[in-house]
Design a protein around this ligand. Structure first.
Ligand code: ZN
Length: 412
């Protein structure tokens, strides 16, 4: 086993760091692990993801700890120019800072939640976009019940904001297990370690933790609880901290501005504005449906009147045929009009939608067959579709084809 000196707690970002590559070890086919004599790359652990960055210009895919060794993982193909010897390490300082801030913010959030609600944090996850904590809200944790109301979450968020403004120091205590009794630890320390790392947020929290942390709460900048929902018998609260709050606020404000301008409501009232708009739009849609039915009935009536003026039968002994392109209508409207008219006349109705390049043919006379009327012209114009004796529908590849089809039926 190669023991690597861990300098990642002291790394604050920006500069490169000199180390030695001691060994290159192939792992799982397409990745190679670099073992260094010393490192500033944090290996995944304690709920915090491993660092990223570059070693001699080669991008680092992940940093993992296995059996006490720190494995700096790079792709096997990109490791070709690497060899044992001097190495220049360049961590992704921005990403490290982001997780360091989020991690410290999590301590403060969990400590504050415990203090104000009596609910302990059972586990946490620091994601690339959103972080979460799982909170035990067992029934015995009365009087707040098994939920965390918006009011409680706001109170916790405010208390965290106050602790950030007060800029409390974050102090690291390295001590043997037998000395842990002097700390009111929020969670159970790891077993079998010679030295336990206790992270204290002065006046707020004591936690055993191996992650990276800021030096005082002011560096967190801001913490926002995004929401809380039931999860596997617990409550999962999601939060963001630091710059993430800035980017989140920026994106939300941009969206709010768009909605604000479109709906002519203040940015802070876009939620109400959207709901009002949806309500109005539902009413308009309902009224539109009524008017569509009414318009279809009027158009159907006109067709029926037109049919009544034609001779009782067409050339093949079939009922009379009416061909019409319904101006401005989509195929839905054509179908509505046709179905309404079909109930009132025995004539064959061939109705087209120029807009959709489609048509439908109807016949209310049970003894007739609309296919006899449309089939030849339909096929000649390159239409696609099908149907039975009383209903047939189809579409055409172009407006010209549809026009040809209509002219052919009219010219029968
Ligand atoms: Zn921590």
């Amino acid at each position: 086993m190669i023991e690597t000196r861990r300098d990642y707690y002291d790394y604050t970002g920006g500069e490169t760091y000199a180390a030695e590559i001691v060994e290159l070890r192939p792992v799982d086919g397409d990745r190679t692990a670099l073992i260094l004599d010393r490192t500033v790359f944090y290996p995944e652990g304690g709920g915090q993801p491993g660092d990223r960055g570059f070693i001699n210009g080669v991008p680092l895919l992940d940093v993992q700890e296995k059996g006490g060794e720190i494995l700096h993982l790079v792709s096997a193909s990109s490791s070709v120019p690497l060899s044992p010897g001097p190495a220049e390490l360049l961590p992704d300082a921005r990403r490290r800072r982001d997780f360091t801030v989020s991690h410290t913010a999590q301590h403060l959030l969990s400590g504050t939640l415990l203090r104000l609600t009596g609910r302990p944090t059972v586990s946490m996850h620091l994601g690339d976009e959103i972080c979460t904590i799982d909170v035990d809200t067992g029934e015995n944790r009365a009087p707040l019940g098994s939920e965390l109301s918006a009011g409680v979450l706001d109170a916790v968020e405010d208390a965290v904001a106050a602790a950030i403004e007060e800029n409390h120091p974050v102090v690291i205590h390295l001590c043997p297990p037998e000395d842990l009794k002097r700390f009111p630890l929020r969670k159970i320390p790891p077993q079998g370690e010679e030295v336990i790392r206790v992270v204290e947020i002065e006046g707020h929290d004591f936690s055993p933790c191996c992650g990276t942390h800021v030096k005082s709460t002011g560096e967190i900048g801001m913490l926002r609880i995004l929401g809380a929902e039931k999860y596997k018998g617990m409550i999962r609260a999601s939060f963001i901290a630091g710059r993430r709050c800035l980017y989140d606020s920026r994106a939300l404000r941009r969206n709010a501005d768009i909605i604000s301008r479109a709906l002519k409501v203040p940015a802070a009232e876009t939620g109400r504005g959207v709901l009002d708009y949806m309500e109005k739009s539902a009413a308009v849609e309902k009224r539109l449906k009524e008017l569509e039915e009414w318009a279809a009935a009027v158009r159907a009536e006109a067709l029926v009147k037109q049919a009544a003026g034609l001779p009782a039968s067409g050339p093949e002994g079939n009922p009379p045929v009416i061909v019409e392109s319904l101006s401005g209508a989509g195929i839905d409207e054509v179908l509505r009009v046709g179905r309404a008219a079909q109930k009132l006349t025995g004539a064959v109705l061939v109705l087209a939608s120029e807009k959709d390049c489609k048509f439908a043919a109807f016949c209310g006379d049970k003894g007739a067959d609309v296919r006899v009327v449309v089939k030849n012209a339909f096929e000649a114009a390159g239409g696609r579709g099908g149907g039975g004796p009383s209903f047939f529908q189809g579409s055409f590849p172009s407006a010209e084809a549809l026009a040809g089809f209509i002219a052919a039926i009219k010219g029968r």
